[in-house]
Design a protein around this ligand. Structure first.
Ligand code: SAM
Ligand code: SF4
Length: 352
């Protein structure tokens, strides 16, 4: 076991036990799951400071030499698709738009992992200037994080007065063909009063809205289970304006449960990540901005690919390290259990 300073906390990385693992190429684990959905964090930097995610001063910077380059990201994405059975790639962070080489990363992945959907989770600040180029580079879809359509409320939640830029970004992205555009909102006591207006705005703009229960992944460690707004409370608030009918999940591994709004066709989703965790169907694998594989949001055990890659490992050696990381994925995170200990990295440092 070695320790590596990854610019945020000191994390545990090490070799993984392969005991009992069948000789298959896919990213299987001990609990019968296969990871096919890759989240790639591109940076720890961000243009906002959402209270449920980042500290006021931002995350400690990752040293430039510890950050994966565009070429390294493209190579690892290609390995994940061609050697490990990944079927979908989503870029996240931090804020992916903070990387000037984002278009190069997308274009490289679109070429070398041809045919695999490439999406991005973004706060959309500045997206209006880049949406067309990103679509041309091969980005297929985006999820925009937006918690309020009231300017003062948005500024209070994100500590930045950037709502106009976000709304412009959404508009331009829709025109650029980055559709269907989904909006994600973190469910908090502060966002609850504006939830009805946010849903109405999304219905008017043709965006699919999903609320996410707040997880204990804020850098400020303010999350408290007793303050958490759960799905039932949100449904009661939305029910004051809309007629909602439960229709369930789109597919077993989809985290969101969907409700038909006013008879449809529009829907609203709720990702009850805390009260109804979906660990048994989880099909995610994560690559951090520093090039470590993380098998679960909540597990601090990471396997370092960057070191191996820079020491000359070939594609199959890197693939085997990745398989080991996922084989040792735990059954579930127990986030709603008493005594749960949050991971060292916060959401912005993992890549949500
Ligand atoms: N900056 C981009 C954005 O905000 O979309 C991508 C990174 S952000 C960490 C990814 C997602 O994580 C966002 O949808 C954000 O709302 C969500 N998120 C951040 N902190 C969270 C928390 N404590 N609980 C639940 N979701 C969280
Ligand atoms: Fe930045 Fe996204 Fe975290 Fe908000 S949720 S601070 S936009 S990384």
């Amino acid at each position: 076991m070695t320790t590596v300073d990854v610019g945020i906390p000191v994390l545990r990385t090490g070799r993984s036990s392969m005991e009992g693992r069948p000789d298959v190429s896919d990213l299987v684990d001990r609990f019968g799951r296969t990871a096919r959905d890759l989240r790639v964090s591109l940076t720890e930097k961000c243009s906002l400071r959402c209270r449920y995610c980042m500290p006021e001063e931002g995350l400690p910077p990752i040293a430039p030499e510890n950050l994966l380059t565009a070429a390294e990201i493209v190579r690892l994405v290609e390995i994940s698709v061609h050697h490990l059975g990944v079927r979908e790639v989503r870029f996240t962070g931090g804020e992916p738009l903070m990387r000037r080489d984002l278009e190069e990363i997308i274009a490289g992945c679109a070429e070398r992992a041809h045919g695999v959907p490439l999406s991005m989770t973004t706060n959309a600040v500045g997206l209006e200037h880049r949406a067309a180029a990103l679509a041309r580079a091969g980005l297929t879809r985006i999820n925009v994080s937006l918690d309020s359509v009231h300017r003062a409320h948005f500024a209070a939640l994100t500590r930045r007065d950037r709502l106009p830029s976000v709304l412009a970004g959404i508009r331009v992205a829709q025109h650029a063909g980055l559709a269907p555009l989904k909006v994600n909102a973190v469910l908090m006591r502060e966002t609850l009063p504006g939830a009805v207006d946010l849903l109405q705005w999304c219905l008017d703009q043709g965006c699919a809205l999903r609320f996410i229960e707040q997880m204990p992944l804020d850098a400020d460690r303010q999350w408290a289970r007793e303050n958490m707004v759960d799905a039932a409370e949100l449904l009661a608030v939305l029910g004051t304006r809309f007629d909602l009918k439960e229709i369930g999940r789109e597919e077993p591994s989809a985290p969101a449960e969907e409700w038909l709004v006013d008879g449809g066709p529009a829907t609203v989703g709720i990702i009850a990540s805390v009260t109804r965790s979906f660990c048994e169907d989880c099909d995610r694998t994560r690559l951090t901005a520093e090039g470590t594989v993380r098998s679960c949001l909540f597990s601090d055990h990471e396997v370092d690919l960057r070191g191996a890659l820079r020491s000359g490992a070939d594609d199959e050696e890197l693939a085997q390290l990745w398989r080991g990381a996922m084989w040792n994925k735990w059954a579930g995170h127990g986030v709603d259990a008493a005594g749960f200990v949050p991971p060292e990295r916060s959401m912005g440092a993992i890549g949500g």
